[in-house]
Design a binder for this molecule. Structure first.
Ligand code: ADP
Ligand code: MG
Length: 587
């Protein structure tokens, strides 16, 4: 049921080492760079600004690049971090490092609070909330004179005694930048980062993969605020003076531009964008008055021709695709962990389920049972409520009335990710894959289903590869999922659902959009799954496929269950023939 023990250990070591040697080199490079930096205040100030800003902009990579949540208040967190450090060190005499930690903690707290705003708001509304937060913060910094010193700001901010020299302090900031980049980069390829990207790419599908959408968003806000606070605290130490006009909404837009220009999907992009936007104007100063025009034009041109940012553009152009990890045999998919019991116990029990959209009764008192090991088909004319049924079962819609049980658990009132945790995975009529990610990452998200027995990173990877093997897409593992043909994307979705080792697999019209060869293949795939004892509930239009696969059929018509029996009985049922087939079925 698992890969042989030696392989996960090797894989674990490989995963743990990822990026560490490069980071060690970067740390050494950072120290050398700081040591040999020319001893001119002007030069050092520009670099210091770029380094501290880049740490703040890395926060935007997390919240916007990874999680897809628009935050227009990064300069707010940057300023909050700077002020907390300034006030604590200057007015309270708190040691620098302690004050910096407090700055990060306080920013993190406010970040989480702001994240709560993302619970119901998305897109434009969320953007507006973050703008308001930024504006309020500027007002507080300017007007709460007793605490912040008002428009005059706080001066005389000390550096830690050990790092008082400018070169030493710059070296420290560079080291923090390298660590930030390393952390942010590793975050992206870990479980939490994948969850964030899933939320960004397809929120609904993320929920039915078992991801707690709300928690993921809130954490992304928290992390971005902590990084903003760290950058700001270092900034305050660097310039020993802070004032409210350094952290206005304009500055948030500058940070956003830095992230987008460099490439918001990667911390390397953030660093590139920040350094470009801070150093470019300094280079262009020889142009005198024309420099702003040239600077503006350069930014606009980069944005037009490299919509993914400079780093995104370069990694598509020059990046090489990594080889499939864990070449060679993988342990088979542990479908067979699911015991096929003699008495065919109920897996899914639906009682009197109703779902009304205003006057439309999409589901109107549906009751039936799916038994263990069954390939149960749900059929019915277009608009009869099949997809609605699946959406209610999987927690995307809240039922008007009725109840649903999965095994021994009642699902009523549970959110999508909680239902998934209890052992149910699904696919969608209109494919919902995570477009920004590779085929393997898509399927790993499935394998990371809470409640699945694959827990460690190597186990998750092995499980995902096994699922890809099962659907015949192992060779495609490292491809961006959007590069696959439509039919293969359907298989990726099925593999994602299988990798979670569900007790119940829900398929919504898996054959839609497939050509006849692909339908044939799909039919064989489903028969293989059924042979392994997996319980399947499949919605399908293609009667050939249903006849090949199903051993029990439920028929919906106008939201009501009109038949529920063996295929032979159902397909000769007069109501079914009238409603669904339209005419008596030809032998
Ligand atoms: P099927 O999958 O069987 O083709 P659906 O479940 O998609 O049917 O739709 C059943 C009925 O419910 C249709 O009349 C459809 O218009 C309606 N319906 C489905 N989803 C919604 C929704 N979100 N809002 C309003 N009406 C809906
Ligand atoms: Mg449908």
């Amino acid at each position: 049921m698992r890969a042989s023990p030696a392989r996960p250990v090797l894989l674990q070591a490989a995963l743990w080492w990822r990026g560490l040697p490069a980071t060690a080199l970067a740390l050494i490079g950072a120290c050398i760079l700081a040591a040999i930096a020319p001893d001119q205040n002007y030069y050092l100030n520009v670099v210091m600004q770029a380094v501290t800003y880049a740490i703040g902009v890395a926060g935007l990579v997390v919240v916007l690049g990874y999680c897809g949540q628009i935050s227009l208040t990064q300069a707010g967190f940057f300023g909050m971090g700077a002020y907390v450090l300034a006030i604590l060190t200057v007015h309270q005499g708190v040691p620098f490092f302690l004050a910096a930690l407090a700055a990060m903690a306080i920013c993190g707290l406010f970040g989480l609070l702001l994240g709560f705003a993302s619970l119901r708001l998305g897109g434009h509304y969320l953007a507006m909330v973050t703008i308001s937060f930024q504006v309020i913060l500027t007002l507080v910094l300017t007007n709460w004179i007793g605490l912040t010193g008002g428009p005059d700001g706080v001066s005389g901010i000390p550096r830690p005694a050990l790092l008082a020299g400018t070169h030493l302090y710059l070296g420290f900031c560079l080291v923090m930048l390298v660590l930030t980049v390393f952390y942010t980069w590793r975050l992206k390829t870990g479980r939490l980062g994948r969850a964030m990207q899933a939320v960004r790419d397809n929120e609904l599908a993320a929920g039915t993969c078992g991801i707690n959408i709300f928690r993921t968003k809130v954490i992304s806000f928290g992390i971005s605020a902590v990084l903003g606070g760290l950058g700001g605290a270092l900034f305050a130490g660097a310039f020993s003076y802070v004032s409210p006009d350094q952290f206005t909404f304009d500055e948030s837009i500058v940070m956003l531009t830095m992230a987008l220009l460099g490439g918001v999907q990667s911390p390397f992009g953030a660093v590139l964008g920040t350094f470009t936007l801070i150093i470019l104007p300094e280079w262009l100063r020889f142009l005198k008055q024309a420099y702003l025009a040239v600077y503006g034009a350069a930014v606009i041109l980069i944005m037009i021709f490299m919509p993914e940012g400079v780093w995104g553009w370069a990694s598509v152009r020059f990046g090489r695709m990594p080889g499939t990890p864990g070449e060679g045999a993988v342990a088979p998919l542990p479908l067979f962990a699911v015991q096929q019991s003699e008495d065919a116990a109920p897996v899914l029990q639906v009682t009197d389920l109703a779902m009304h959209f205003g006057g439309v009764k999409a589901l109107d008192g549906v009751s039936f049972t799916v038994r263990r090991g069954a390939a149960h088909a749900l059929i019915g004319p277009n608009g009869s409520g099949k997809t609605t049924f699946l959406n209610v079962i999987s927690g995307l819609y809240r039922a008007t009335s009725g109840s649903v049980r999965l095994g021994n658990a009642t699902l009523d009132g549970l959110a999508a990710h909680e239902r998934t945790r209890l052992g149910m995975t699904r696919t969608y009529q209109n494919i919902r894959v995570f477009r920004g990610m590779s085929v393997l990452e898509n399927v790993m998200i499935g394998a990371e289903r809470p409640g699945n027995d694959a827990r460690t990173a190597p186990e998750v990877m092995a499980r995902a590869l096994a699922a890809l093997d099962f659907v015949g897409l192992r060779a495609e593992a490292m491809q961006p999922v959007g590069a696959l043909p439509y039919g293969h994307q359907r298989y990726v979705e099925i593999a994602r659902a299988l990798a979670g080792s569900p007790d119940l697999l829900l398929l919504d019209e898996p054959a839609a959009g497939l050509n006849s060869t692909e339908k044939q293949e799909l039919s064989q795939l489903l028969c293989r799954l059924k042979g392994h004892g997996l319980t399947i509930l499949v919605i399908e239009h293609d009667m050939k496929l249903i006849e090949a696969v199903a051993d029990h059929i439920t028929v919906l018509n106008f939201g009501k269950c009109i038949a529920d029996d063996t295929p032979r009985a159902v397909l000769s049922h007069p109501d079914v023939i009238a409603a669904y087939l339209g005419e008596p079925q030809a032998a």
